[in-house]
Each structure stands twice: as C-alpha cells, then as structure tokens.
Design a protein around this ligand. Structure first.
Ligand SMILES: C[S@@+](CC[C@H](N)C(=O)[O-])C[C@H]1O[C@@H](n2cnc3c(N)ncnc32)[C@H](O)[C@@H]1O
Length: 344
C-alpha cells in the first residue's frame, strides 16, 4: 500500500502520476523524513505532491503555468476550494466580462482554433474574474482549474502544437462543452488537498539559475525529470503559458505560438549530452543525491547516460520498468522507463 496522495491537475506529456509507485520508493530509500527534496523540472508537480506529507519539497520549472500549479498544490498549505465557493467568488465578475469583454485576448486571437469563439469568451471571462481574487494561492488554484477545464475542451490531439481541422469528427462534441461548467466542477477536486507543516517553496527558473540560490544549499536530494524527446514543452503548452500570464504576447504561425518560447537544451540533439554532463557535475560537486527519470526512447541512449553518470558519481544504480506511455494523440507505445539513483 502506498502512503502518498495523487492529484490530477492538467493533461501533460511525460507526467509521472502513473509511475509514482516506481519512483517514490526509490527516493524514500535514500532520504529521511523532513529532508529537503527538490523536484527540479516539476511540470504538474506530481512527484513533489506525493512527497509533500513526508518532506520539505521545493519545485522548479521554466514554464510559468507549472509554477502556478505547484504554488497551488505544493507551496499552498492553507487554501482549499469547492464548486460553491467558486461560484460565490467568481460568478458576478465572470458575467460582467461576458457583457463588457474587458478581457478578450482569447476571443480576438484564438476563436475557431483550439476553442470555439464562445469557449474563448468563457476563458477570457473566467480569467478576468480570477484576476480580481486577492489571495495568491486561491488564484493559483483557480488558474489550475481553468487550465484543466481548457484541457478537457481543447480541439487538439492532447497538446497545443496544432489544432484539429474544423471537420475533424471530434470537434463538434468538443466545441459543445462549456469551459465554465468544467471549471466549476474541477474546483471540487481541490476540496481535499494535502497540507503539511513543512515550508515548501516553488521556483520558476532555468534550473541553472536555481543552483545559484541560497535556498538550494538546503536541498539534500534532487529528483530530475528532464524532457527526453525533441519536442519543446514551450511549444506544446504555449496556450497555458498565455492564459496564466495573460500578458498580451506576440503570436506567430498558424498555431499561434508565443514568440518568447524557451528552448530547452534537453530537447536538442546537439546540446543534450553536454547539458547532462554539466548539470550532473554541479550536483555531484555540491554533494546532492540524485534520482533521475529517463526513457529508453530518449534522445540519449541509456548506456551513454549511464556512462556519463558513472564518470561523475561514485555510486550509480539503474532501475528499469516497462510502461505504456501515452504519446498525446498517437496512441500508446511500449517504452521502458528508467530511473538513475546516484550519490557520492
Ligand atoms: C517530463 S516534464 C516533467 C514532468 C513532471 N515530472 C510531471 O510529473 O508532471 C519536463 C519538464 O522540464 C521542464 N524544463 C525543460 N527544460 C528546463 C530547464 N532548463 N529548466 C527548468 N525546467 C525545464 C519543462 O518545462 C517540463 O515541464
């Protein structure tokens, strides 16, 4: 029996919710209760959340939407939500925006792309209502519920790299869904959040910048889940970045990407090996314990990654697990999920 909780925030490529039984016991074997564990590229925060009742957890991710999600579920130890509260807090402002369209970025830029025009107006209006909330963690929880609602209604194969053509068989049903209804329903999932007495912290940095912070000295174990394919998360999830920041970005191409997308060296064949070497060298010098997830389908072959680890750390263990991985639209493929456990 596992003794940790799971939480569903957004649909996310490579999220570790289904692999927690594989990952969490290995992290527990090399850490003590209360020690600081850092989820270095935390995405949906699934791993950090599973450790929240046992450890102080820090999270970090370069994407702002991930920062919002992790603040809502990891740093937040005070605020829960439910659908009645959501309606009480937001309905009046939501209706105000339906009439006045003070927020209209989605309506203007995304109508008939990933969403219908009506769904875009719902998104703008929920976002407007959320902006009026004072409490930071409540706002983050509402933004997380909004992202979830958008992921339930998006006319896509599971990410925002491109949208489905209008005549695609799934589009009619997806466009009938109400973002507002999905949003309110989702708020009930936040009735029962794990709270702890640990002082958790969330960051929104390139991991190299995190390594330079004073707080990083407190960390004893780093869990690392890098991207392992050539797909950039900033391209797959640009719409979530935009709805959370709501910063009127310049958009480009048919798919309406933000122009300020972050390019991760872990998703570039030309840089990925050097990136692993330099990251692991710093962690070894700082005497951190490392648990790293990777895949047998990753850009770096596992034997090469093992070689890199063995040159940098004194103790290295490699554990593999078969796993059905969702490719977000292209069906499930069999891959082996790999865990490196390393320390000096
Ligand atoms: C495989 S996903 C992590 C999934 C996460 N473990 C979960 O369960 O949802 C990889 C993450 O690395 C982040 N990332 C990529 N390069 C980064 C960098 N240089 N610094 C910080 N985060 C980065 C991406 O934004 C993405 O969220």
């Amino acid at each position: 029996m596992n003794d940790y909780k799971k939480i569903r925030t957004i649909r996310y490529m490579g999220n570790k919710n289904k692999l927690l039984d594989f990952i969490i016991p290995e992290i527990k074997k090399i850490t003590k209760k209360g020690e600081v564990i850092c989820d270095l590229m935390s995405g949906t925060g699934a791993v950090a959340y599973a450790l929240k009742n046992r450890n102080t957890v820090y999270t970090n991710d370069i994407q702002y939407y991930s920062y919002v999600i992790t603040k809502a579920i990891i740093e937040n130890n005070t605020i829960r939500l439910d659908s009645n509260t959501a309606i009480k807090d937001l309905k009046a402002k939501y209706e105000e925006n339906l009439k006045l369209r003070k927020y209209n970025f989605f309506e203007v830029n995304f109508s008939d792309t990933y969403f219908s025009k009506d769904q875009c107006i719902e998104i703008d209006s929920i976002r407007y209502a959320i902006e009026q909330i004072d409490n930071e963690y409540k706002k983050d929880l509402y933004l997380t519920a909004l992202m979830y609602a958008m992921s339930k209604c998006e006319s896509t194969s599971g990410h925002f790299a491109q949208y489905l053509p209008k005549d695609h068989k799934r589009v009619v049903a997806l466009r009938k869904k109400s973002i507002f209804d999905e949003f309110v329903t989702k708020c009930d999932d936040f009735k029962d959040l794990v709270f702890s007495s640990y002082h958790n912290k969330c960051f929104n940095l390139d991991y190299k910048e995190l390594f330079k912070l004073e707080e990083f000295k407190d960390v004893s174990c780093v869990y690392i889940d890098t991207p392992y394919t050539g797909e950039q998360y900033s391209r797959f999830y640009h719409v979530l970045e935009t709805v959370t920041k709501y910063d009127n970005p310049t958009l480009e191409f048919k798919a309406k990407y933000r122009t300020d997308r972050f390019m991760s060296n872990f998703s570039l064949r030309s840089t990925v090996k050097e990136e692993f070497k330099s990251m692991l060298t710093i962690l070894s010098k700082e005497n951190k314990k490392v648990v790293l997830s990777y895949s047998t389908k990753g850009l770096v072959p596992i034997d090469e990654l093992e070689f890199i680890f063995s040159k940098i750390f004194k103790h290295v263990k490699l554990i593999e697990k078969e796993y059905k991985h969702s490719t977000q639209g292209k069906g499930a493929i069999d891959i082996n999920e790999v865990l490196f456990v390393a320390y000096n």
